[in-house]
Structure formats: structure tokens, C-alpha cells
Design a protein around this ligand. Structure first.
Ligand SMILES: [Zn+2]
Length: 445
């Protein structure tokens, strides 16, 4: 059940990764634009553009010249490595022609063969193409980075080209960073150069302890260790938070990542107590409480006093709503002032109610089992609502309780068979955090 929760957060992280890699692509573009004039000259050398960069910093060569390939000193069996970057308006033909490939069959094959076609359909300006040819201009070997993580290679063998797509070997690095809150978590992580997806993970890890909208104070501090994956010195993606310490209003919260043999992971206190609660305190991301649990509230639309048996969580229309805990769908449909509403039945006679939805999650059905964190619907203002918000109720034995303050059952601590392994990892990670903490404090004094 914890896993599905993390699966969801990984999905949202993925979309953010794309943004980061887009940004990286743009940077790469600038780099290429700067060195384009010299690339024509560089052909026929097997070297990377960066190693040339230092030599050509102050040179501007306007004209492209072709290299004198034919020479009496070059034997007929000579093979040449070449490296070039895709330019805008390039197609595979023009690109290979620029690289002096005189091999119609090879070009045709690469454009049409199902496993090689990607090289023609995914030609992105700025990406690198590396080829090996012989003196006759026959294409012997080709290597193209399809995206930040995948490389396509074609190798000429006796029976023709052998094409394969391989994952690039990424370098996994642990990044240790700290920050101080001035206005918001994102402001602080931006200032510290910490990616947004790591900030989101921090907020999710402590979501049961800290309300990142209302509880943060200027001067709150945090230290985080997270995974970052690099390819040739360039950040390709970030992974998971491995450990984090957050000091909020003078109180210290700590979390350590641990994954079991099956890859299922969760966050624990350094002592091994689970941070994962059996219920999410608020089942929508980025929310603020617009109306509290109140037994005698004046209803803004009905214009009379009516108990507010839940809490209103304001969020933009379309914001995803998660199942607060593992449950069975007891009801979904329209119901009076609730508009589109879902009722979930949990263990221990607990029910949760989600009202005013704009729509239900695709495929959700009555009597279906859902896991904590599963998306069940989207924020809207169906029924009696003045603006988009989630009306959320929490019932224990059919009695309404305040969802924001009701004592939530805690989850299981770390499995006994992982205790030793966890203790060692936790000790190591927390030692790094404490080390940074000390130097951080020393720098402030
Ligand atoms: Zn309400």
C-alpha cells in the first residue's frame, strides 16, 4: 500500500524531470551554437567537443571547409571516427552527407528499419551523432543519443546493420544540501539549488507532521541528502530523498529512506519508527483550509446555520484527490449539496467523504479496492460550493470527527529482519547530516 503511494509521487516527479532535461537541452543548445562554426572543421577526428572548447575559445571561423580525406598516405582500409551535432532542419540524409557518408543503402536502411527509424524521427538539434566510416564513405558504425538516457547504436556486420538501443550508464551521486526558510519551502530550495521534485518529496515525507502551507516560519532550517544521476557531468534526473532533517518552530523532525529487498521503500525516523501514517492528513496536494470543522457555521449559500461536518480544502479545479487511506469505494455519484461525491470505507469502522468533485478518476468503480495515495477524483465545485474546493469528512463509527485533529492510527515500524541493515544505513546518513549541521551552525556564528 505504501508502494502505490510512492508510485504516484514518482509519476509527478517524472513530469518534472522532463522539465529539467528540457532546460538542460536548452543549455546544450547554447553550447552548440557557440561552437557550430568549428564543427565542420572538426570532422574526421574522434574527439569530444568539450576537449576542443578550450583550444578554440577565442577563435571565430566563419567558413566551413571540408577536409582533404584522400591522400596517398592513407591506406584504403583506414577507418574514420566523426562526431557532429544535429542542426535545425537536419534530416538523416543531410546530416550524414555533411559527415561525408556516401552510402545510400545505409541511409535508406536506417530510415526504414523499424528498430533504427528512431534516429530519423528523433533528430533533435543539439544531439550528438558519432559515426565510423571507411575511405569509400561506407557507414561502419553509428551512435546517437536518443534522449538523456538512451543511446541508439548501429553496427555494420556481415549480415547487415545490427541496431540496438541501450541505457546510458548514469552516475548516481548523493547530494547533501541545506537551506533556511524565508517565505516558503520552494523559495528556500530554489535558493539552495535543490530541484523542485526534491522539495515536493520533503513536503510529502513530513506531511503528517508539518503543514507546509501554514506551519513554516522564517528561520526554519533543513538539511537533505538526495540522489542525483549524472551523465558526462550533466544532471539527467534526481532520485529519492535519502535522509532529511527539518527544524520547524524549534522542533526537529528527521526521516531516513529505506527500501526492502523487493524495492518497496518508505521513510522512518532514525530509530526505525514509521513516518507513514495509515491516513493522509489532507488528501489533496497544495491546499489551504478555507473552512474548518465547525458544529455551528453559517452556510454561505443556504444562508442559515448549519453544522460543517468536515473541512474545506481550497485548491484549483482539477487538483488531484487521493484516497486518504487503504479502502473500498462505498459510494460514488451525485448526492444533493455534495455534488459529485465519493465515500470510502476503511478498516476499524472509519469512513472518509470527498465532495464537490469536478470528476471521478477514470476506471474507479463502486466496491473497488483503493490504496492510500491512489487518485480517486479531481477538485471541483459541483453541488453547493462557492468556489473550487474539496469538502472532506472523517467519520469514526459513523460520528463526524475533525479530519485535521483526529488521532490517526500509526503504521508499522521497520520489519525486524531489516532492523540491523536499517540501523547501519540510518547511522551513516544521519552522521552526514550532523556533520553538515555542525559546519552550518559554525558558519552562522
Ligand atoms: Zn465543506
Amino acid at each position: 500500500m505504501q508502494q502505490s503511494n510512492h508510485k504516484k509521487s514518482k509519476l509527478s516527479i517524472l513530469t518534472q524531470n522532463n522539465l529539467t532535461s528540457l532546460r538542460n537541452k536548452k543549455l546544450r543548445w547554447i553550447f552548440i551554437a557557440l561552437f557550430l562554426p568549428i564543427f565542420g572543421v572538426l570532422a574526421a577526428f574522434n574527439q569530444t567537443p568539450s576537449s576542443f572548447a578550450s583550444h578554440f575559445k577565442s577563435k571565430t571561423i566563419v567558413q566551413e571547409i571540408s577536409l582533404p580525406l584522400a591522400s596517398t598516405n592513407i591506406s584504403a582500409n583506414e577507418e574514420f571516427w566523426q562526431l557532429d551535432q544535429v542542426r535545425s532542419n537536419d534530416n538523416l540524409g543531410s546530416l550524414l552527407e555533411r559527415m561525408s557518408v556516401k552510402d545510400e543503402d545505409a541511409i535508406k536502411y536506417l530510415m526504414l528499419a523499424p528498430d533504427a527509424r528512431a534516429i530519423n524521427t528523433q533528430l533533435i538539434p543539439g544531439r550528438t551523432l558519432k559515426i565510423k566510416t571507411n575511405l569509400a564513405g561506407q557507414l561502419l558504425h553509428l551512435k546517437y543519443e536518443l534522449d538523456a538516457e538512451n543511446v541508439l547504436t548501429a553496427n555494420l556486420a556481415q549480415e547487415g546493420y545490427q541496431v540496438s538501443t541501450e541505457k546510458m550508464a548514469l552516475q548516481n551521486t548523493h547530494v547533501l544540501k541545506s537551506g533556511t526558510i524565508k517565505n516558503s519551502l520552494f523559495g528556500a530550495t530554489d535558493a539552495a539549488g535543490i530541484p523542485d521534485q526534491i522539495a515536493l518529496q520533503i513536503a510529502e515525507i513530513f506531511s503528517s507532521e508539518i503543514n507546509f502551507h501554514d506551519d513554516l516560519r522564517s528561520g526554519d532550517q533543513f538539511i537533505v541528502i538526495y540522489e542525483a544521476f549524472y551523465n558526462a557531468g550533466e544532471l539527467v534526473k534526481t532520485g529519492n530523498v535519502l535522509a532529511v532533517e527539518f527544524v520547524n518552530k524549534g522542533k526537529t523532525y528527521q526521516a531516513v529512506h529505506f527500501s526492502d529487498a523487493t524495492g518497496k521503500f518508505s521513510y522512518y525516523t532514525p530509530e526505525g519508527k514509521s513516518l507513514h501514517k495509515s491516513f493522509l492528513r489532507t488528501p489533496v496536494e497544495f491546499t489551504r483550509v478555507s473552512s474548518n470543522f465547525n458544529p455551528g457555521r453559517f452556510h454561505p449559500i443556504l444562508h442559515r446555520f448549519k453544522a460543517h461536518k468536515g473541512v474545506d480544502l481550497a485548491a484549483p479545479s482539477g487538483t488531484r484527490i487521493k484516497a486518504a487511506g487503504d479502502a473500498t469505494v462505498e459510494f460514488m455519484g451525485r448526492k444533493g449539496g455534495y455534488g459529485n461525491v465519493i465515500v470510502l470505507r476503511h478498516k476499524n469502522n472509519i469512513s472518509t467523504v470527498y465532495g464537490h468533485l469536478s470528476r471521478f478518476a477514470k476506471g474507479l468503480r463502486k466496491n473497488m479496492k483503493v490504496a492510500q495515495g491512489d487518485i480517486i477524483g479531481y477538485v471541483g465545485m459541483s453541488g453547493l460550493a462557492t468556489g473550487p474546493h474539496l469538502h472532506y469528512e472523517f467519520l469514526v463509527n459513523k460520528v463526524h470527527r475533525n479530519p485535521l485533529t483526529v488521532a490517526l492510527p500509526t503504521s508499522v515500524p521497520i520489519d525486524a529482519k531489516y532492523k540491523e541493515e536499517f540501523a547501519a544505513k540510518s547511522l551513516n546518513l544521519m552522521a552526514q547530516i550532523h556533520m553538515l549541521n555542525r559546519s552550518y551552525m559554525a558558519a552562522r556564528d
